[in-house]
Write a protein that binds this ligand. Sequence first.
Ligand SMILES: NC(=O)c1ccc[n+]([C@@H]2O[C@H](COP(=O)([O-])OP(=O)(O)OC[C@H]3O[C@@H](n4cnc5c(N)ncnc54)[C@H](OP(=O)(O)O)[C@@H]3O)[C@@H](O)[C@H]2O)c1
Length: 243
Amino acid sequence: MKILITGASSGIGEGLARAYATSNNELILLARREEKLQKLQTELISQVKSINIVIADVSEFKILQEKIKKIGVIDMVILNAGISIGHSLEITPFEDFKRLYDVNLLANHAILEVLLPLFKSRKNGKIVFISSLSSLVAMPSSKAYSSSKRALNSYAESIRYKYKNNGIKVINILPGFIQSEMTDKNRFKMPFLLSNADGVKKIYNAIEKEKRFYPFPLKFYLIIKIFNLLPQFLRDKIVNSLY
Ligand SMILES: NC(=O)c1ccc[n+]([C@@H]2O[C@H](COP(=O)([O-])OP(=O)(O)OC[C@H]3O[C@@H](n4cnc5c(N)ncnc54)[C@H](OP(=O)(O)O)[C@@H]3O)[C@@H](O)[C@H]2O)c1
C-alpha cells in the first residue's frame, strides 16, 4: 500500500510512520523539518518497500499542491499535520488564529483537492483525518484549536457522504491527550493522557478496522458525551467554575 502521512516528523505522525513501516508498504512522509524526516527515513528504510520524504509547509497551499501532484497515485492519506497555539484566555492574535486554521483545516482541503479526483477515478482510496476530542467541547482557553477541529469533523463527514459510492473510505480519529511535542508544552493536568505508543496503537487499529468515527479514550469520550447532554445553563455553570 502507498501511504502519505502528513506531520510525520514527530509525535503521532512519526508513530504511525513506524507502525506502517512494513515490507509491503511504500511510505511518503511529509513535514517541514528535513533532518527529522531524514533520520526517520534512514531508520525505517530496511523495513519498507520504499520510503520518500517531502519537505513542505502545509500552509503554503500552492507549493503543497504541486508537491502532492508530483507524488501521484496513492492508496491512503493520513492527514495528521496540526498545531495548537497554547491555552490562553486572552484574545488570540488574528495571524495566529489564521495560521492554525490554515494548518489544521484548509491544508487538508488543499491536499484532497488534488487527491480526491485520483481516488474517485480509481474507485479506491482511504482518507484518515486526525481530529481531536476537544472538537466536541468548547472551552474558553482553546477557541481556535477546538473550533478548527470541529470544522474538520464537519468537513470529514461531508466528504464521507459525498464519496460513499466512489470506493473512498473516510476515517475520522478523535484522540484525547497523547504524549507528543504538542502536549509536552501543556502546563495543565491532562486527564487520561496516553503514552505515544498506546495512542498510536489505538489509531492504527482504528484505521485498519476502517472506523468511520473513532473518539478515544472511551471513558473521556463518555464524560464529554454526558456533559453535552446537560442543559446549557448547567454546562455554563460547570465551565465557568473551572475558569
Ligand atoms: N497529542 C495529542 O494529545 C493530540 C490530541 C488530539 C489530536 N491531536 C492531533 O494530532 C496531530 C499530530 O499532533 P502531535 O500531537 O503528534 O503533535 P506534534 O508532535 O507537534 O506533531 C505535529 C506534526 O505536524 C507537523 N506540522 C506542523 N505544522 C506544519 C506545517 N505548517 N507544515 C507541515 N507540517 C506541519 C509537524 O512537523 P514539522 O514541525 O516538522 O513541520 C509535526 O510532524 C495534530 O493534528 C493534532 O492536532 C493530537
